[in-house]
Design a protein around this ligand. Structure first.
Ligand SMILES: NC(=O)c1ccc[n+]([C@@H]2O[C@H](COP(=O)([O-])OP(=O)(O)OC[C@H]3O[C@@H](n4cnc5c(N)ncnc54)[C@H](O)[C@@H]3O)[C@@H](O)[C@H]2O)c1
Length: 389
């Protein structure tokens, strides 16, 4: 397969400004179909493709899955069924590259794993921050034992993103939450109801890569709903999960979509071990930091780590999100071509998704500590089967 024929599902901003232009720029991809139940968005997407007359447009998901000219689904839909859509595509024999988060229900995580195992098709969660330069550097330091035994790992994803909560169902136009009284036609989107902590994979994924570990227990807390910033939003302003990993590290991760924050606070992480610590920058003027216990360091030292990588190939530069967007598609392409399995395989993807879903469940159960299942096949589950079957 010289070219992977892609069907793009979900024609919002991420598809229009990210996936469609980038896939057309990268070697090895051709967009052959687009899909969104909202017909008003089809023309805008068509206008972005290089070969509009050759691209089929579908309103129904089943139709794009039945298209023999589609090898792979690029899932850029924002909906509660996102995980089920991915599983359905794998079951239909399509490869899947899915935007974050991967799923919003635990059963969909299992369905994705079982379908990927049964079909042999590639499933890739397109979380790009795990390819950042500093994440790679931290991963190496941890693997070499420079930070000692890890004890605490913290992270957050803050994104003041209230514009996505209400939408005109005919035009697809988003309406600001403070303006909805003037727009009786609006409908609530999934973002209106989504527990913010469901977005954890965006930061938990990179952190689990750094520490090479998986979460076994999770409990979480939430601020009250509705939002204190925009009372028309039913989602809370802040949710925080506390987790324990198989190697005994404590993780604390926060997620927030309703409250303003400075630019530098989108992503933030730190990793602390018995021999040292690394920390991402706290503000635009700040630097990432390193401290090593046995190096005569009286204080943390500023480091020139960036999202960008020093070893980025030409194809990566300018690809989006500080060049990181390139890596998800390159990894997907190489896996579909059979050159190498994705480093972020389906098990690792679900290991970052399930704790997020269970964190929201813990909040529903007043902070109860919940066990995270092991998605890898073993004595209790054969590859391709659902647990307990
Ligand atoms: N990795 C990143 O940095 C990054 C950045 C932005 C968005 N995202 C992710 O990308 C995805 C899309 O984000 P967006 O900002 O474009 O969202 P959006 O709300 O603007 O657009 C999503 C589109 O999905 C469509 N959709 C909903 N349910 C569908 C279904 N069942 N089948 C087909 N289409 C369906 C909607 O009609 C809408 O047009 C989300 O999952 C989001 O989390 C990731």
């Amino acid at each position: 397969m010289d070219e992977i024929r892609m069907g793009i599902v979900g024609l919002g901003g991420r598809a229009i400004h990210g996936w469609i232009p980038l896939l057309q720029r990268m070697r090895g991809f051709r967009i052959t179909a687009i899909c969104d139940p909202m017909l008003a968005l089809h023309d805008r997407a068509r206008a972005r493709v290089q070969n509009p007359s050759e691209v089929k447009a579908y309103a129904r998901y089943e139709e794009i899955l039945a298209d023999p000219d589609v090898d792979a689904i690029g899932l850029t839909a924002r909906c509660e069924e996102q995980g089920a859509l991915a599983a359905h595509a794998l079951e239909a024999g399509k490869h899947v590259a899915s935007e974050v988060p991967a799923a919003h229900r635990l059963e969909d995580c299992w369905r994705i794993v079982a379908a990927a195992e049964r079909s042999g098709k590639v499933y890739l969660l397109a979380e790009q921050c795990r390819y950042a330069g500093y994440i790679e550097s931290w991963r190496k330091m941890v693997a070499q034992g420079q930070l000692g035994k890890l004890t605490l790992c913290e992270g957050q994803y803050f994104h003041y993103y209230v514009m996505k909560a209400f939408r005109n169902p005919k035009t697809g136009e988003f309406i600001h939450p403070d303006q909805i009284t003037h727009h009786p036609e609006v409908e609530c989107t999934w973002m209106h109801r989504m527990p913010p902590i469901h977005y954890l994979p965006h930061d938990l994924g990179p952190m689990l890569k750094v520490i090479d570990d998986r979460v076994v227990e999770v409990m979480a807390m939430s601020t009250d709903a509705p939002s204190a910033v925009h009372p028309t939003l039913v989602s809370p302003d802040m949710q925080v999960a506390l987790m324990r990993t198989a190697k005994g590290v404590i993780l604390r991760m926060a997620a927030s979509f309703n409250q303003p924050h400075p630019e530098a606070e989108y992503h933030w992480q730190q990793v602390i071990g018995t021999k040292g610590s690394v920390e991402w920058r706290r503000s635009g003027r700040d630097l990432p930091k390193l401290w090593l216990a046995d190096s005569q360091m009286f204080d943390k030292s500023g480091m020139e780590w960036r999202y960008e990588r020093t070893d980025a190939p030409a194809e990566a530069r300018g690809s989006g999100h500080s060049d990181m967007d390139y890596y998800v598609h390159a990894s997907f392409r190489d896996a579909v071509w059979g050159l190498r399995p994705p480093e972020y395989d389906v098990y690792k993807a679900m290991e970052t998704t399930a704790p997020a879903i269970l964190a929201a469940e813990s909040i529903n159960q007043d902070g109860k500590k919940l066990r995270v299942p092991d998605f890898r096949p073993g004595n209790l589950r054969r590859p391709g089967s659902m647990p307990g079957s």
